[in-house]
Design a protein around this ligand. Sequence first.
Ligand code: SF4
Length: 514
Amino acid sequence: MKLLLHCCCAPCSVSCVKMLREEKIEPEIFFFNPNIHPFTEYRERRECIKKFADNENLKLAYAEEEYGLREFLKEITSTLNEHPAKFSETHIMGFPAAHLTEFPTIQSQRAARCEKCYRMRIEKTAAFAAENSFTAFTTTLLISPYQNHDAIKKTAQEAAEKYGIDFLYRDFRPLFREGQAISRESGFYMQKYCGCVFSEEERYLIEKKELKSEGAQDSQTRSTDGLKIYSQNSSSASSNPCENIFNRISLLIGNDNLEKLKKTSVLVFGAGGVGSWAAEALARSGIGRIGIIDNDIVCPSNINRQAEATTLTLGKFKASCLKARLLEINPECQVTSYNKIFSRENENNFDIDKTDYVIDAIDSLNHKLDLIEKAAASNTTLFSSMGMALKLDSSLIKASSIWKTEGCSLARLVRQGLRKRKFTGDFTAVYSSEEVIHSSPYETNSGKESRTIKSEVSGAENTNNVFPASMQNNDSFDNFLGNNKKRVNGSIVTVTGAAGLLLAGLVIRHAINK
Ligand code: SF4
């Protein structure tokens, strides 16, 4: 495929290119962004794209040299007559619409203006691609969680039709934080606002509103990448939002031990009620490298106990969502997500041998046994979670050798399975000795597995975090919505989360006592 990639800036392009290359697609770069003002800002972003293309050995198909302020203003002038918002949006340019309720005219002008802005840039890309024998085009605008993703997608589809060229849709959004972190490391220019003169003004309106609502004394502002930054005239000025994240840990364990944690790597298998909290605690504690392995997607019934599960992440891969969350907590953490299930067949894909710790938070008995065997045969330290469903008392969660666990039926099955496999090793298991609570599990209407959606998504190499079309109108989608109920066990975050935190604590204590 000969792909033309419209790039809005280097930080947004880094991860898009990485993902395309992983798919064996070598894009050519197209820079056309008359929406970037003033001239010095435009020049900064354009030169940075050239530097990025050079660093990455990417072909620069086109980079507009002319500054497009006038062209842009002509295009969007009509939107200045837009009247107060007639619609409600949850987010506008990344900021909760609630932040702008004092500015309804600005809100509606912005929505209209952004759509014109997308069209200008995307149509130019599609036309260039068609004229220059490309087979498809796409845009890095699809990586930003702060843009109107659906409007961009729709505009690109329409442009594809208009110019008779394919549009390659990818939801790059889960990679946004990673791209920002790599760009910071690479020293790329990091912009503070979307691009046009209006967005430059709006960030101050938002700042004003935030300050007012928070009654803030210091001068916090919010940059367009969603991180809090501190203005230079603040007495406690710091341009690095990550600088003070680990102050309290360092006071507790000392800088040397904090450094040890930064050099520590952990793989977390299972991003459910236990694994997600283990991963979150590791990120909040300064662990330097975290891998998350889970092929499941977020369902409504996960929200009660899984860190990455919210009403905004429904239908997305858990591992990708958790990665995005960890990078919001600590952008300097190296986080890798694998939207896969661990099995004998792919056990060598995760570099277990090169990882300091493995946290097993897998539900499936066979995969759990496979992982235990693989970890025991590798140069790593394993901490494994046993069953946390049907339990309510978090004070009964303990850690001990797997052979000394008691009162946990999953631990019993694990011990039996390991004996059958002639496993003679040992590892620490986290389990609850609480007697199970016999609630009344509910049955399905149809008897079908409620996780059909999982196998469909994982089997279909779906990297877009969207439902396959086949799922939209069938039982799987009903299952996702919880309409076809199967026999499930009750569980609560006060128990699953406590187990996850205990697992993370075991890793941390082991790492600093090494
Ligand atoms: S806010 Fe951003 S997307 Fe909207 S018009 Fe300005 S530059 Fe374009």
